[in-house]
Structures are given as structure tokens and as C-alpha cells.
Design a protein around this ligand. Structure first.
Ligand code: FES
Ligand code: FES
Length: 167
């Protein structure tokens, strides 16, 4: 007799991802990160630690930055999700994407989608609060996004440079 605890519970949810409505049948235990990567083929958000410690999986959920490895997809029925794939406007890069290129703010690039999505959310938080950010403040507010390559100096420069255009 099958163990009911091992039965996979499935349900259908609707998410608005990068402007498109997506109706998806999911395992109720699936994280938003796994749904994005494995069911919607949006592999920009990366799985680094899968424990909320590195920020590689950062996306914007309802306009706020979140670690998508810690978000259960089923809990976000109808939510607006923006991933790194949704930031550019056609061929026009988002100001933060452009600044990361200009400042050479990456080496392997694994953390970069999370860094950029997190920076978009962080600058919006600062704009709403009317906060002016210096380098130390940017470093503090981006401390949830780790870069194993240690590209922090250029990452902070890129964010500072893009802040006026991105917020
Ligand atoms: S993969 Fe989500 S925080 Fe590391
Ligand atoms: S660029 Fe390699 S982890 Fe950040």
C-alpha cells in the first residue's frame, strides 16, 4: 500500500512572469526558483546554496527582491515575478545591466543575475524611503548577495553609477 506521505500533491497556479501570464501545474512543495528554472526554462536565476544564504536566486516578487529558493511557488498565486530575463526592454539593457558591463562587475557571472535583480529591488527600496546611498550603504544593503569571485568593488561601483537612472 502506498505511503500517503510520499504522494506528490499537485495544483495549478497562475503567475505573471516578466509580463506574461503563465498557468502552471506544480508540485505544491516546489520552490519558485525550481518552477522558474525547471518548468518555465528561465535559468537566469541561479541555484547557489538553495538555503537563502547566497542571493544567487534573487528575483523580484511583487516588486520586492526575494530569495526564490526560499519562496514556495504555491504561496504566490497570481503574483508578479520579474527575473533577469525580464529586465531589458528588447535590445535596450536595464541601466544596471549596462553598468555591470561598463564596470566589468563580474568574473564567472554566476552571481550576476541575482546581484542585478537584488540591486533593482534595493534601489527601489531606497527611492521609496528617500535614502541617498553611498558606497558603504550599498555594500550593506547588498550583503545578502555573495560573489565567490570577489568582484565586489566593481559591483558596488556599477550600482552607484546606475542608481540615478535605475531608481
Ligand atoms: S540559492 Fe537562494 S539564496 Fe542561495
Ligand atoms: S562573478 Fe563569479 S560569483 Fe560573482
Amino acid at each position: 500500500m502506498p505511503d500517503p506521505a510520499l504522494d506528490v500533491q499537485r495544483c495549478e497556479i497562475v503567475l505573471r512572469v516578466n509580463g506574461d501570464e503563465r498557468r502552471i501545474a506544480i508540485d505544491t512543495r516546489a520552490t519558485l526558483l525550481d518552477v522558474l528554472r525547471e518548468q518555465l526554462a528561465l535559468t537566469g536565476a541561479k541555484k547557489g546554496c538553495d538555503h537563502g544564504q547566497c542571493g544567487a536566486c534573487t528575483v523580484l516578487l511583487g516588486g520586492r527582491r526575494v530569495n526564490s529558493c526560499l519562496a514556495l511557488a504555491v504561496a504566490h498565486q497570481g503574483a508578479e515575478v520579474v527575473t533577469i530575463e525580464g529586465l531589458a526592454d528588447g535590445d535596450d539593457l536595464h541601466p544596471l545591466q549596462e553598468a555591470f558591463l561598463q564596470h566589468d562587475a563580474f568574473q564567472c557571472g554566476y552571481c550576476t543575475p541575482g546581484q542585478i535583480c537584488s540591486a533593482v529591488g534595493m534601489l527601489e527600496e531606497a527611492r521609496r524611503a528617500g535614502d541617498v546611498l553611498d558606497g558603504d550603504e550599498i555594500r550593506e544593503r547588498m550583503s545578502g548577495n555573495l560573489c565567490r569571485c570577489g568582484a565586489y568593488v566593481n559591483i558596488v561601483d556599477a550600482i552607484a553609477d546606475a542608481a540615478p537612472a535605475a531608481s
